[in-house]
Design a protein around this ligand. Structure first.
Ligand SMILES: [Fe+2]
Length: 223
């Protein structure tokens, strides 16, 4: 069941918004679709995360920002798992209001990586909704991209919404994960991802650490 919307809050934000009178409805719908995806996961870890999140969040007005990686959204829309389709459809329909971001710059990675990488923070310390205790959103990686070993203090939960990418944690091997498989990275444990011929869209949650921290890269970026 969709959570109730705070009509008063929405009206206040609509007055601030510059992208159209219905812009806050889009964000409310995104948050509801995001929560619905999480609620469908058969995972104690995800259930625990859902239960600890304060879902009545205040909106934050952000300037929209697009990234080159969004060119993969059409393909992502074709290959996304059925359970993620309403959420992915909203991403595809509203690039004009969403604030996509990147943590890294050309000091960290090649242009080829940066043109195929980006995230949307739906809520957190800098996302479309204010939350100081957890950050969550969506990550895109284009095809044939290596996101090398990195770590961060915050615990991380990923749910791939497209299958076929390879994930690694610690010193383990890269393992292909299907859409809907929950991937858990404990605090400060190295992890990496590698895509095949298809792009990756993954839902993420960060909690228990600085929520806007830049990851420490320990792996070698691909050239
Ligand atoms: Fe991570």
């Amino acid at each position: 069941m969709m959570p109730p919307r705070n009509q008063k809050r929405r009206a206040a934000v609509v007055r601030q918004a510059t992208s159209g009178p219905d812009v806050q409805t889009i964000f409310d719908d995104l948050l509801a679709a995001f929560r619905t995806v999480l609620s469908g996961m058969d995972s104690w870890l995800v259930r625990d995360a859902i239960d600890r999140i304060e879902w009545q969040m205040s909106p934050r007005t952000l300037e929209a920002k697009t990234l080159p990686c969004l060119r993969h959204l059409d393909e992502i829309n074709e290959i996304a798992a059925d359970f993620a389709r309403p959420l992915v459809a909203l991403l595809c329909e509203h690039p004009d209001v969403l604030c996509w971001g990147q943590t890294y710059t050309e000091k960290d990675f090649s242009k080829a990586f940066l043109d195929n990488y980006g995230w949307l923070e739906l809520f957190g310390t800098r996302g479309h909704f204010v939350n100081e205790d957890a950050a969550a959103g969506l990550l895109i990686l284009g095809p044939r991209i290596l996101y090398p070993d990195h770590h961060h203090l915050a615990e991380e939960i990923y749910v791939p919404l497209t299958g076929g990418a390879f994930w690694r944690m610690g010193e383990g091997p890269f393992t292909m994960r299907d859409a809907g498989e929950v991937v858990h990275h404990r605090s400060n444990v190295n992890h990496a991802m590698r895509t095949g011929d298809r792009p990756l869209l993954a839902l993420y949650i960060w909690r228990g650490g600085p929520l806007a921290a830049k990851s420490t890269l320990t792996g070698e970026p691909a050239q």
